[in-house]
Design a protein around this ligand. Structure first.
Ligand SMILES: [Zn+2]
Ligand SMILES: [Zn+2]
Length: 165
């Protein structure tokens, strides 16, 4: 038996079934755009290197069921299971919990805008983790300085709120 999503030897666009291009020369490594510009497939492994994927909000199960009844959901390019609707902030996306996200071309702009915050936060987290993993005093001092700066800002905000009452 042939699997329509495997017979081409790779992943297919959930919207037009054209094989996806995951070339090493692609601008963002790991991202597989549809050659017909329907959208792009972002594998979970790639997403996990970008930001904390727990920030993606999945739609309520009831709503999913209602949608399944209304019309057929596009398939996951990797496993062919129906993609479910999810949100990254205000950007609607389709998701396979195991394999990745499908970002339709129509919501790509909104998705990029919503991604900026989580990506920046993740970069800062990685920086701090790198500092913490260095056993030298200079790195520890740098982390301690950042925590102190944060405590000072919280104290200042608390003081301002007290004065406001
Ligand atoms: Zn397509
Ligand atoms: Zn899948």
């Amino acid at each position: 038996m042939t699997d329509p999503y495997r017979s081409s030897g790779g992943e297919a666009c959930p919207q037009c079934s054209t094989p996806l291009e995951r070339s090493p020369e692609s601008i963002v490594p790991g991202v597989a755009p549809c050659p017909n510009a329907c959208g792009a497939w972002l594998p979970t492994t790639y997403l996990a290197s970008l930001f904390d994927t727990s920030e993606i909000a999945r739609e309520a199960h009831d709503a999913e069921q209602a949608e399944v009844r209304r019309y057929e959901l596009p398939p996951c390019p990797t496993c062919s299971a129906p993609l479910v609707r999810a949100w990254l902030g205000a950007a609607p996306i389709r998701m396979c919990a195991e394999h990745g996200l499908w970002v339709a071309a129509t919501s790509a702009g909104r998705f990029d805008a919503q991604l900026a915050g989580p990506v920046a936060r993740h970069r800062r987290l990685l920086e701090l983790m790198a500092l913490l993993s260095h056993p030298d005093d200079a790195s520890r001092r740098e982390v301690a300085k950042r925590v102190l700066a944060l405590e000072d800002r919280v104290a200042a905000i608390e003081a301002a709120l007290r004065d406001h009452r």
